[in-house]
Design a protein around this ligand. Structure first.
Ligand SMILES: Cc1ncc(COP(=O)(O)O)c(C=O)c1O
Length: 342
């Protein structure tokens, strides 16, 4: 289940990793321009303009780009088209909760690979026969990033299957694997407009990789829905991509707020895992995670708590918000945590 979208207003909503800043004004203008008579026409089934813009942005060819209705839909096609084999698919035991769901839907055999005691992905543990490998970088919900060198080491050792790096949160300080695509034809990287581009409501995601992988995705997509990206989504996504200054400014603000929040939570006695994402994963050694989440909710601050697996039940996943949201969060936590160190 995704994080809840409560109907109540005036809540401090730090539970679904949305961007606290709105989309670029250029996106809003592009959407308004798109609200026209042309809506009676179907959109471009190939999303060619968007693909060309994405390819150009990443220094790739248009036939190395696949776009879809949010990266969840892109991932669904990836699982169906590329990850169903006799050998099991590998992914971390603590990771994006949709991966086992897609495996269930498409009948894909999988094995989970445990994170180490520091909640890190250990590349050596993936060096065994497999039908594919997928993990987010940074990982979710831990937020911990893997360096590019680790991903390259995996690709050097694993030529026999597709390696998918889900880079939903990559723009918040994690190294992207896109630069490796031209050397490793079995690497597929997925991105989304929902996080750093502030467009979760527009539903645009994409995959980058060798043209043969992209062609396999297109074949599955064409058997499912010829027009996954509507006219608004294509126009808005292109405008977002063109406003580099806004993108750089807002992601820098999110990363600066993340550093400030980590410092404040550490002061309160929290252990915070290193984050390369727009959220942090934190626990307090003396307080129960579920009770803290409930105590925050009673003060109208919503964060995410996972009861399972039990290894992470003590943690809270907190989305990076605006500074005023963090002020409210810290004030609410102070009422719950008596033994402050300040
Ligand atoms: C790791 C990861 N991948 C993919 C997604 C899907 O994002 P979207 O469908 O909004 O592009 C999410 C959303 O939270 C995520 O956490």
């Amino acid at each position: 289940m995704p994080g809840e979208q409560p109907k109540l207003h005036n809540l401090i909503k730090l539970n679904t990793n949305e961007n606290p800043y709105g989309p670029s004004p250029a996106v809003l203008a592009a959407l308004q321009a798109e609200a026209a008579d042309s809506l009676r026409l179907y959109p471009d089934p190939d999303s060619s303009r968007l693909k060309a813009a994405i390819a150009d942005y990443h220094g790739l060819q248009a036939n190395q780009v696949f776009v879809g209705n949010g990266s969840d839909e892109v991932l669904a096609h990836v699982f169906q088209a590329l990850l169903k084999h006799d050998l099991p698919l590998l992914f971390p035991d603590i990771s994006y909760s949709f991966y086992p769901v897609y495996c269930g839907l498409y009948g894909i055999d999988y094995q989970t690979v445990p994170l180490n005691d520091q909640f890190e992905i250990v590349i050596d543990d993936y060096l065994r026969p497999n039908g594919g490998i997928i993990f987010p970088n940074p990982n979710a919900p831990t937020g911990i990033p893997l360096p590019l060198s680790a991903i390259e080491r995996l690709l050097q050792a694993n030529h026999q299957s597709v390696v998918v790096v889900d880079e939903a949160y990559v723009d918040f300080g994690t190294e992207s694997a896109v630069s490796l695509i031209h050397r490793y034809p079995n690497l597929l990287v997925t991105h989304t407009y929902s996080k750093a581009r502030s467009l979760a409501g527009l539903r645009v995601g994409y995959a980058l990789g060798d043209a043969a992988l992209i062609e396999a995705l297109v074949r599955v997509k064409d058997s499912f829905n010829s027009y996954p990206i509507d006219r608004f989504a294509e126009a808005g996504a292109i405008a977002a991509l063109q406003d580099e200054a806004y993108f750089q400014h807002t992601r820098a603000q999110v990363m600066a707020s993340r550093s400030a929040l980590v410092a404040e939570l550490t002061q309160l006695g929290f252990e915070v895992l290193p984050s390369g994402a727009n959220f942090i994963f934190a626990r307090h050694p003396e307080y129960d995670g579920e009770q803290l989440a409930q105590g925050l909710r009673e003060q109208a601050v919503i964060v995410r708590h996972f009861k399972k697996p039990t290894r992470i039940a003590s943690f809270l996943r907190i989305t990076i918000g605006k500074p005023e949201a963090h002020t409210a969060l810290i004030a609410a936590l102070r009422t719950l945590i008596k033994a402050t160190r300040t």
